[in-house]
Write a protein of this length. Sequence first.
Lengths: 125, 241
Amino acid sequence: QACSIASDVPCHTQEHDWSVNNQCSLHPYKVSFRQLGWDHWIIAPRLYTPNYCKGICSRVLPYGLNSPNHAIIQSLVNELVNHTVPQPSCVPYKFLPMSILLVEANGSILYKEYEGMIAQSCTCR
Amino acid sequence: KAGWPSITLLADDLSLPLNLDLAKEAPGKGMKPRPQGYPLRYMLKLYQRSADLHGHPRENRTIGAKMVRLVKPSANAVRPLRGPWHVQTLDFPLASNQEAYELIRATVVYRHQLHLVHYHLSCHVEPWVPKCLTKPFSSSEMGSFKPPPMSKAWTEMDITHCVQQRLWNRKGRRVLRLRFMCEQQKGSEVLEFQWHGMASLDVAFLLLYFNDTNKSIQAKLTQGQEELTDRESSPLMRSAR
C-alpha cells in the first residue's frame, strides 16, 4: 500500500474514502439488440449483458483485481513522481462466451458461440 | 451497417481475434426477410437446448459444435410426374471455406411425410452425387451429440461423409444437390398431382456443424515449439552444435 510505503502519503482522507468507494469494479449492464441496431439479424437472445468496468485505479490496488506489478508501479509513479503519467486503466479481466442465433445475409440461420462477449471481472493495468 | 466502417475494416485483418467477425457478419438492413416455419423453430429449439435466456452456453449442452449453420435450398426444380413419384431437385449453396472453422458434421433434415389436402405422400432424399455414402441419423454413433427433438413428419439423415469427401475441399462455387422424392402412399389412387405451391414449401434443409480451429492451431503451435525445444536439447543436437 502506497501510504505505508511512502510516509508522506496520508492514508485516511475524504479523498481516500471517495476513491475506495469508486474503485475499479464490474458494473452490470444490459442492452437490447434493438438498441444496438442489430435486431433485424439477431434472433436470440434479445438482451445482451456485456457489463462494463468503471472506477478509479488508485494508488491502493486491491489484491482481488489481479493487477500486474507494472500497474502498481505506474500507480506509484502517478502519485509520487509524475502526475502526467496516468493512473492505470480499469479494464475487463475475465470474459464469458455468449451463444447467438442470427440470420445471415443469404437467409441462412446460424447458431454460434462467440468468445469474450461478457465482462466477468475487472482489473487495473 | 453504415455506422461500422472502421470495425468492418478491422475485421478483415485475419490477425485479429475471432470475436471481431461478429461485426463482419452484420448484414445490411436490406437483407432477405427473416426465415420462418419449421427451420426457424428447429434452430430455436437447438438454441434453447444449448444456451440459457441470457445467451450463456449451457454446461451440459449436447450440440458438440461451436457453430451450426442451417442452409435452405437456393433453388428447386420440379420434375414431371412419373407414376406415383414426385421428384424435386434441391440445390444447397455451401459458403466458402473459412480456415478458422472445421466441418465436423453435415446432416439433412427433411419431411418424410407430407400431408396435403387429398394427398398423403411419403418422402426421402437422395444425394445427386453418385456413390455418396449416407445413413439414417444414428445418435449412438454421435457420442454425446443429440439433436433437438423433431416433429413427427421430419427426419434427419447423416451426409457428413458425402459432403466432406465430395464437396467440401473443392475450390470455387460448391453446391450440394439433393433429390427430394415423394411417393403417394400405397393403396391410394394415382392422382394428377399438382406441384403448385410445393416449391415454396419447406421440405428440406441442410445443417452444417463446425468447430473453431483456433484452439487446435494454438495447440499445434505450442506442440511444435515443444518439439523444437526437445529436439534442440537432445544429445544429438547438442553434439551437432
